[in-house]
Write a protein that binds this ligand. Structure first.
Ligand code: PMT
Length: 399
């Protein structure tokens, strides 16, 4: 994987892991990227300016008020120059500043001025990392599209064991190089995503629906757009907003409406991901007036809705990729495998309501990914943002 020619800002805050950032800079330079470093004052207790200058072959930006040329707006010119920024190590303090819009040093002002992809590699004691304040700040940043390179478990500088040591430079490098490669592969690709529930009207007041919030599909659409794809999101009723304004969102209510919009956009889609929880049945008649309470029982005649995914599977051409979801409560693997085959899918994402934190009603999900004639891949419980990344990385490997 190469990031040759890319302009990378390496931000460093004050943690012992800063010594590893020197290797990260070397990886970037050896692979043809250009690097400029930005530090907090505390970072320079751990690495010297001379080392950073020598390895990056550029001046270090460490002082907002240094009397050098156009330095007073250096954070703006740096932001214009950069293709991406990685902050490694990212301390609890700098994470807090980023999450709360505080701009009182060279690194935090550069972060605020930057409208390019930002990666952060947190590093701190595990108790600090687990603190609700730090976790909330990380969630805020992830929600705004910052890529969090999670610390692995292991021995910390203080001797404790736990999650908090900075990810290794090779891993950070691969993640960023992978991002640019993925961006190149998805750039301009047309992607269709379905999300959310459908509501099937019974009368002007009531409907048949389900618990889908839309979050899973919205995260998938956002992540495709982050990677340069041209995304149409067909979304059932959901209060959740898309984070990436480049996503073309079409809000629908019923399965039939979702079906009509999908048919319009499917033909030109290179990749389609159906994560919507579409109602399989709808009332045969929609009462024009609110149904009044009368007898003890009320029977509704339901008729089958179109199976959108099945229709798309029947109409797909060999160069189109079609990904379906399966939400199961029993015989998960067998049911999922049947859906993969019977709907003519390239890939199937299985989530089970038997797994805690998976499915709907959570900001997390736990999935398995299946391709035909391959052993399924099982993933751990993660935020739906992270699950969307895993799904798209699997699609990337497939195309
Ligand atoms: O929205 P969230 O709260 O984040 O929750 C996410 C989710 C649990 C809804 C999501 O991860 C998920 O599992 N979506 C699929 C839910 C579902 O309806 O599964 P299914 O096994 O019933 O359907 C199989 C596949 O066929 C799905 O891709 C579905 O979109 C599609 N389908 C189903 C019925 C139908 N009439 N038309 C369809 O296209």
């Amino acid at each position: 994987m190469s990031i040759a020619g890319k302009h990378i800002i390496v931000g460093i805050s004050g943690g012992i892991a800063a010594y590893k950032t020197l290797s990260l800079i070397r990886f970037f330079i050896q692979n043809g990227a250009e690097v400029k470093t930005v530090t907090t004052p505390n970072a320079l207790h751990f690495v010297t300016k001379l080392s950073l200058q020598t390895l990056s072959k550029n001046n270090v930006y460490d002082d907002m008020f240094a009397d050098v040329g156009e330095i007073s707006t250096a954070h703006i010119s740096l932001a214009d120059w950069a293709d991406a920024m990685i902050v490694a190590p990212a301390t609890a303090n700098i994470i807090g500043k980023f999450a709360n819009g505080i701009a009182d040093d060279a690194l935090s002002t550069t972060f605020l001025a930057l409208d390019k992809p930002v990666f952060i590699a947190p590093a701190m004691n595990s108790r600090m990392y687990d603190h609700a304040a730090v976790q909330q700040n990380l969630q805020t940043l992830a929600h705004r599209g910052v890529h969090i390179i999670e610390p692995p478990c292991g021995e910390l500088a203080c001797g404790d064991q736990g999650k908090g040591r900075m990810q290794e430079p090779e891993v950070i490098y691969e993640r960023i190089a992978g991002f640019f490669l993925s961006h190149k592969k998805f750039l301009g690709k047309k992607v269709l995503v379905t999300a959310g529930p459908t509501y099937e009207a019974i009368d002007p007041v009531r409907f048949i629906g389900n618990h889908s919030s839309g979050l899973m599909g919205i995260c998938i659409a956002d992540e495709f757009a982050n990677r340069g794809a041209d995304v149409v999101l067909v979304c059932g009723p959901s209060a959740i907003k898309s984070k990436n304004s480049a996503v073309k969102r079409i809000d629908v209510v019923s399965a039939k409406e979702m079906f009509e919009v999908c048919k319009q956009h499917f033909e030109t889609a290179d990749i389609t991901v159906c994560s919507a929880a579409v109602a399989d049945y709808a009332p045969q008649q929609i009462a024009t007036q609110k149904i009044k309470k009368s007898d003890e029982n009320l029977s509704l005649e339901l008729v089958k809705n179109p199976d959108i995914l099945k229709y798309l599977g029947e109409h797909k051409t060999p160069n189109q990729i079609l990904v379906g979801f399966a939400l199961e409560t029993e015989n998960e693997m067998q049911n999922a495998e049947n859906k993969l085959k019977s709907k003519n899918l390239d890939m199937l994402v299985l989530n089970s309501l038997n797994d805690q934190g998976a499915g709907f009603g959570h900001s997390t999900n736990k999935i398995s990914i299946m391709f035909s004639n391959q052993i399924p891949k099982h993933f751990e419980l993660k935020s739906k943002d992270a699950v969307a990344k895993d799904i798209i990385n699997e699609i990337l490997n497939y195309i």
